[in-house]
Ligand binder design. Structure first.
Ligand SMILES: [Ca+2]
Ligand SMILES: [Ca+2]
Ligand SMILES: [Ca+2]
Length: 806
């Protein structure tokens, strides 16, 4: 028996004292496996794919070691070699979470060798499972002879009561608290090969698909009904709003029978969910960024809560900086080449932590929110949690001084100087800053009181109650005395959405199209799934933010109606099918390859879990007076007999076209159908039919074709100044798959381009020969061929007035 408990000094708890799960260590030759199934759960156990799927034990920050591929293999060409071991737990690790099951028996085999000259003649090694937290269990042991390959071979049974949501297999030497006193005995390098864990096949993952209609047709909150998302932070870029959210869906695991998930576990969350919209009602799902964890962009972080994002030109390149909370203890940042990535980590350690000057007394160094001022100077706001116990009790409650502001470096991934106190009344978390008409606005979430906030819990007059969004107004981004407090901007969401929707909140503010918008979360989708007993899974909401003449904010009222759609949806382009105004019964998944709409470097998702009776819908689609001729979809049939019905304005509205998904099963293909009577502005419902009980198909993109055959071209016009002279600049991008001719006409001249290549731009800047230009228009005529027919498309584009200074 090799099972034993690690001492508390190693941060492990005594969870397994009597479980008797160490079985038959090493010596079961000839014994039949307990399990009849013989699935090997270890990937790349022979290391013939190098170190793929393996990493160094990350259960303990001090367990850092180096893993390399070696040709000194027991079999095949490669094995894994571990060096620079700092603790006895330093060793190769593979994550078997989601594969091993409680109550099941497994057979483990592996080959191991050590050869250090100063080492002992024989040495015991363990295969150990880390079940998360402080729970470690030795599974199988072997005693190796120096310089020779030894074989692990044994079975182990996971106790029926063991939580296996985290299950990481690793190899190590027997524990001692001070291995450095005799490194030759305890910290030798070793080599591992041919690892297998054979037993019951992994359980099919429980479906996370939201079966209810989580966002009701006609309503605009929550923003999406097919997944969760919390702590939303809005970014406006290039005519779109991007929302970055804590991926509350990550740990969502509804029981297949009851439909009820265990309560949310923030510790499970290491991804950030991204959605975007150009109209605030139809949202495109961009999937999740794997930010933290062993395979994350920043693998030195474990969690990715409460994102905050901004953009800045650094060294001439526009970059996107995505900040997030690495649990409560620290905050970090990753860098994107676009709002949709690709993402990289410029840092190898956390940005905000216990070493950050001025943050020493902050209990939770989390919730980082960036703000770039008009002069380009960036700032970061962070912090929260219980007030310092060294403060007087009354002050701990009313003015806990637990939030900070700090300057960011020009690189956006470092801080400068010392953090300053944000003295926000009754503050708890979720600091955020925006600027309007020269004034800075700091908003935050207030605490719920309790012992953490001292004995005297009498709120000062006007101060916020628990779980509310308060705000302050200041003339400077680092100046937040308590006198700047301006009131409650948003009461707790339960005041609007009722039982089951209480809890914390986290807000942001963005300006879009001349209006201000307020983002917050509420577990409204969770409530639609489970009624008033919710499990903490939160959904993003948006309301408009309006200001009084004195600059104070009118208190926001939370509604399911949400905000107005700011523009009609343009159907005459290829757009992602994972764009919904509303949906029922579908899910999304990321697929290889880039996005047809957002570019090859952007992630692409498809709509999946499409059953008979499921549907997706788009709000307020403008088909124009002449209307749509046809619909094209890129689909992958999964069963014969599936169809896509197109309906207008209601899920039960008349069918105006039917796409037969009759392409070969399993292959991506384009399918299309003619449409009748589709013109003007309508909500569009895609309703899915086919054999019951089967996944019908997946959908990647949609495109409607105009009844007026039209060459796809994107035309823009702007005004600019060169040397005090106003110019009208006209650009036409050829979105067609063949060359087109382009001619541009303006009051200031005209120009023709003979053959503009697919994807290329025709561009001309026309001088007005004057210092200013009134608003006006340019006409762009595009000629080309579609299906052998010559087609001319004429576009008129407006440009604004412009006056050149000086
Ligand atoms: Ca091998
Ligand atoms: Ca479904
Ligand atoms: Ca897609």
């Amino acid at each position: 028996m090799e099972q034993r408990l690690r001492r508390a000094t190693r941060g492990r708890v005594a969870a397994l004292a009597t479980l008797g799960l160490m079985l038959a260590t090493g010596f079961v030759a000839g014994a039949a496996p307990v399990q009849a199934a013989d699935t090997n759960l270890v990937v790349n156990g022979g290391f013939e794919d190098g170190l793929a799927n393996w990493f160094v034990n990350n259960g303990n920050a001090a367990d850092g070691a180096q893993l390399s591929a070696t040709s000194d293999a027991f079999s095949g060409a490669t094995a894994a070699h571990v060096t620079n071991r700092a603790t006895t737990g330093s060793g190769p690790m593979q994550d078997l979470s989601g594969k091993v099951q409680a109550g099941q028996a497994y057979t483990l085999t592996a080959r191991i060798k050590y050869a250090n000259e100063s080492g002992p003649a024989t040495k015991q090694f363990f295969a150990t499972m880390h079940y998360g937290g402080g729970t470690y269990t030795n599974l199988v042991s072997v005693t190796a002879t120096k310089g020779q390959w030894a074989q692990f071979s044994g079975t182990f049974t996971i106790p029926a009561t063991q939580s296996v949501s985290t299950a990481r297999l690793f190899f190590e030497t027997p524990w001692t608290s001070t291995p450095s006193t005799d490194p030759a005995l305890h910290l030798m390098d070793f080599t591992l090969d041919d690892v297998s864990v054979v037993g019951a096949a992994p359980p099919a993952p429980a479906s996370k698909t939201i079966e209810v209609v989580g966002k009701l047709p006609g309503e605009h909150n929550p923003l999406i009904g097919h997944k969760f998302g919390a702590d939303g932070f809005g970014l406006v870029h290039d005519g779109r709003v991007y929302m970055y959210m804590t991926n509350d869906t990550q740990g969502y695991a509804p029981n297949p029978t009851t439909g009820v998930s265990p309560g949310i576990n923030y510790g499970d969350i290491n991804q950030i969910t991204v959605i975007s919209s150009e109209d605030l009602v139809n949202w495109t799902d961009h999937g999740e960024i794997q930010v933290a964890g062993p395979n994350g962009v920043a693998p030195f972080t474990a969690n990715s809560w409460a994102p905050g994002i901004t953009k800045k030109v650094v060294n001439g390149v526009e970059k996107f900086f995505l900040y997030y909370a690495n649990g409560g203890g620290s905050s970090n940042v990753i860098t994107g080449a676009s709002p949709l990535g690709p993402w990289t980590s410029e840092r190898t350690s956390t940005l905000i932590d216990g070493r950050t000057p001025g943050a020493e007394a902050v209990a939770w160094k989390f919730d980082p929110a960036p703000f770039v001022d008009d002069d380009g100077q960036p700032y970061l706001y962070f912090g929260g949690g219980p007030a310092s116990t060294s403060m007087p009790p009354a002050e701990r409650f009313n003015n806990p001084k637990n939030i900070r502001s700090i300057e960011l470096g020009d690189d956006m991934v470092s801080t400068e100087g010392t953090a300053a106190v944000v003295d926000a009344p009754v503050a708890f978390e979720a600091g955020h800053v925006f600027k309007r008409q020269g004034k800075y606005y700091f908003s935050y979430s207030s605490h719920f009181g309790g012992n953490d906030f001292g004995g005297s819990q009498q709120p000062l007059p006007g101060y916020p109650g628990g779980g509310q969004i308060g705000y302050m107004i200041s003339d400077g981004p680092m100046s937040w005395p308590k006198e700047a407090y301006a009131g409650v901007l948003f009461p707790n969401q339960s005041q609007f959405f009722g039982a089951g929707t209480g809890g914390n909140n986290h807000q942001s503010v963005f300006e879009f199209g001349g209006k201000y918008y307020f983002t917050y979360h509420a577990p409204t989708l969770n409530k639609r799934i489970n009624g008033n007993t919710t499990q903490g899974y939160r959904s993003p909401h948006i309301q408009e933010l309006t200001f009084n003449p004195d600059g104070t904010i009118q208190q926001v009222v939370g509604t399911y109606a949400g905000v107005d759609q700011v523009r009609d949806f343009d159907p005459y382009r290829v757009f992602e099918a994972e764009t919904f105004g509303w949906s029922k019964g579908v899910a999304t998944t990321k697929v290889d390859g880039g996005s047809a709409q957002f570019g090859g470097a952007a992630p692409n998702l498809v709509v999946r879990d499409v059953d008979n009776g499921d549907w997706t819908a788009l709000s307020s689609v403008d088909f124009g007076d002449s209307g749509a001729r046809s619909l094209t979809a890129r689909v992958r049939a999964l069963a014969a007999g599936g169809q896509i019905q197109v309906r207008l304005d209601d899920v039960n509205g008349p069918v105006v076209g039917t796409v037969a998904v009759d392409t070969p099963v399993g292959q991506w293909a384009e399918v299309s159908a003619e449409l009748t009577g589709v013109s003007g502005v309508h909500d569009v419902y895609f309703t899915y039919t086919g054999p019951a009980g089967a996944d019908l198909f997946e959908i990647d993109t949609w495109a409607f074709q105009s009844a007026t055959v039209d060459l796809p071209v994107t035309v823009t016009a702007s005004t600019r100044c060169v040397g005090g002279t106003a110019y009208v600049a006209v650009q036409a991008r050829n979105d067609h798959d063949a060359p087109v001719g382009v001619s541009m006409e303006t009051p200031y001249g005209s120009r023709s381009f003979a053959a503009v290549a697919p994807g290329a731009n025709a561009y001309q800047s026309f001088t007005t020969r004057a210092g200013s230009v009134p608003a006006g228009s340019a006409t762009v005529r595009v000629t080309g061929a579609i299906g052998g027919q010559d087609v001319t498309t004429v576009r008129t584009v407006q440009h604004p007035a412009g006056t050149c200074g000086g």
